[in-house]
Design a binder for this molecule. Structure first.
Ligand code: ASP
Length: 330
């Protein structure tokens, strides 16, 4: 009787990040920004630059030919989902898109570990967005293929933070010495949770501007304090606007409120308008992870300091770099 040989044997990729310096990202999960240091960031940004140049020169190329990405989204997404798809397409690979889990076996009651174990049988890497904090780490525990966290509830959004930092570097030339002001929903906005953590690797100053109800969670404030990074909370923008180099705006995450009418009361405060831009530095940028709802007036879009649409394009190169790296081709 012949014994069945599992298609993939062993699993040595769940070593703590950094144990295999030579392999760096090959076969690794990307769950949290806590996995990165400055050296790794430089490496990622270098690869992202190469991706930018290749896209500009040839559009797409066959680096990941034969590789398959499963794009598993339990929450809505436009940019993250389509930029990962575009990244894989431009690298010559292909994508299994599961953008609407209501058409998948999830509605039959399948657990996340089982769904992930299914998709990894058909793919080489899984990009996961899920409404629960810790879901990406849970998926990674069960999966043998790399899991990339594309947002776990109010937890983290590490690939967004990488593209945000890449945007700051590309637009302003450096990160050290900057004052970064985060404004809006800092409580539920996962992008600011990841970015604030990532910025502690640099010599920067952090300001938070938000209503009482939407302040940065205390566990993140504690982490930032422990890192030695200077941080101050405000409930209006005016006092910090003149010193701000990066104004990072977020929308109110209405889907995170138990009472859907509660967020309505926050509408209208913390809006960036042309008047705001008049009081800001000439050399500064306005960022937003998007979607923008009402928190940046459309009249600001033509201001050269409005970097949010460029920011979204930087995301393509970062995600191309990450896919190439976890699949061992960078
Ligand atoms: N697109 C970002 C996220 O998925 C920001 C947002 O939804 O407001 O977290």
């Amino acid at each position: 009787m012949t014994s069945f040989t599992p298609p993939i044997r062993g699993n040595n990729r769940h070593l703590p990040f950094g144990d295999q310096q030579d392999a760096l990202f090959y076969g690794r999960d990307i769950i949290s920004v806590k996995q990165f240091d400055r050296e790794k960031l430089e490496y990622i940004f270098g690869v992202a630059h190469e991706m930018y140049e290749m896209v500009a020169r040839v559009g797409s190329f066959d680096l990941l030919k034969g590789k398959i990405l499963a794009n598993l989204f339990y929450e809505p997404s436009t940019r993250t989902s389509s930029s990962f798809t575009s990244a894989m397409d431009r690298l010559g690979g292909s994508v299994i898109p599961i953008n609407n889990v209501s058409y998948s076996s999830v509605t039959k009651g399948e657990s996340l570990p089982d769904t992930v174990r299914t998709l990894e049988a058909y793919s080489d890497v899984i990009v996961l967005r899920h409404p629960e904090v810790g879901s990406a780490a849970l998926a990674a525990k069960y999966a043998r293929k790399p899991i990339i966290n594309a947002g776990d509830g109010t937890g983290e959004h590490p690939t967004q933070a990488l593209l945000d930092l890449f945007t700051i570097k590309e637009e302003l030339g450096c990160v050290d010495g900057l004052t970064v002001t985060m404004m809006g929903d800092l409580r539920y906005g996962r992008t600011v949770h990841s970015l604030a953590r990532l910025l502690t690797l640099f010599d920067i100053r952090l300001n938070y501007v938000s209503p009482e109800l939407l302040q940065m969670p205390s566990e993140i404030l504690d982490e930032i304090t422990a890192s030695g990074t200077k941080q101050t909370s405000y409930n209006e923008l005016d006092p910090v606007l003149p010193e701000t180099d990066v104004l990072y705006v977020t929308r109110v995450q209405k889907e995170r409120f138990d009472d859907p009418t509660q967020h309505e009361s926050l509408k209208g405060s913390y809006v960036v308008t042309k008047e705001t831009m008049e009081k800001a530095k000439d050399k500064m940028i306005v960022m937003h992870p998007l979607p923008r709802v009402w928190e940046i007036d459309m009249a600001v879009d033509d201001d050269p300091r409005a970097a949010y649409f460029r920011q979204m394009e930087y995301g393509l190169y970062i995600r191309m770099a990450l896919l190439a790296m976890v699949l061992g081709k960078a």
